[in-house]
Design a protein around this ligand. Structure first.
Ligand SMILES: CC(C)(COP(=O)(O)OP(=O)(O)OC[C@H]1O[C@@H](n2cnc3c(N)ncnc32)[C@H](O)[C@@H]1OP(=O)(O)O)[C@@H](O)C(=O)NCCC(=O)NCCS
Length: 213
């Protein structure tokens, strides 16, 4: 079953084109999910959760993670979204306190005063909590979207979906279609999505699928 989302009804209008050959304003930055109250804090200190688009060195890791967590079909769609320009995939990442660089490593790192390059400090390794993309199954379609089991129920999925919808609206879409929806209540709740009649199997009819070799 596919569902329709009215982007124009959900989101403020994109800034007007100023004309005279000036490109429309870029999509507004995604507000911090914590600051905007989208995420509910877990036990202990509020986690540092960031929503952003990945950079090139992260692509393989993200596709592999999506494949492990959600299967090869979604990994394939993540690949498509990561290949779009601009990239049409968001990740939610969390820096865990335990991921800080150990003190011994810090002491061994060269100081900026003795090198010509800035000291290479790896910093904390963020954990990948979830992803969402659009223009992956087909143009104008939003999803797939997936959040790691342990991170569910904190607003991460809602923040990711809204990031995609905001980006689609800024790119000029009026509607988004969520395809083959497995969690209709989530899309209804977060985005006011409504069922599209006779939409199953919709664009997936006759699709090649992974099966036993
Ligand atoms: C669906 C999914 C992305 C939701 O992510 P999440 O981070 O747990 O969702 P959130 O915490 O942001 O929930 C936002 C709201 O949607 C509701 N919600 C979440 N999952 C829901 C579901 N499966 N059915 C109905 N409502 C749901 C929440 O209760 C919450 O409502 P509230 O604002 O009233 O509290 C996640 O459960 C997931 O990855 N599931 C497996 C993959 C999947 O099914 N993806 C969707 C394919 S169409």
């Amino acid at each position: 079953m596919d569902m329709l989302i009215r982007l124009y009804a959900l989101l403020p209008q994109a800034p007007a084109d100023t004309g005279a050959g000036v490109a429309p304003a870029a999509a507004p930055p995604v507000p911090s999910p914590i600051a905007s109250g989208l995420l509910r804090a877990g036990p202990g200190d509020p986690p540092a959760v960031t929503l952003r688009k990945p950079i090139g060195p992260e692509h393989d890791l993200i596709v592999a993670w999506v494949g492990r967590e959600f299967g090869p079909g979604w990994a394939s769609e993540a690949c498509v979204a990561l290949g779009n320009r601009p990239v049409s995939l968001f990740v939610a990442v969390e820096s865990a306190p335990g991921d800080r660089m150990p003190a011994t490593t810090q002491a061994a790192a060269p100081s900026a005063a003795t090198t010509t390059e800035p000291a290479a400090r790896p910093g904390p390794t963020p954990a990948l909590l979830g992803f969402a993309c659009y223009d992956a199954t087909a143009r104008g379609m939003v999803g797939p979207i997936g959040v790691a089991d342990a991170a569910r129920g904190r607003g991460v999925g809602a923040a990711l979906l809204r990031a995609c919808l905001r980006d689609m609206h800024a790119a000029g879409y009026a509607y988004a279609v969520a395809g083959g929806v497995g969690a209709p209540g989530f899309f209804r709740r977060v985005a006011g999505a409504v069922e599209i009649p006779d939409s199953s199997p919709g664009p997936y009819a006759g699709m090649l699928r992974h099966g036993p070799d």
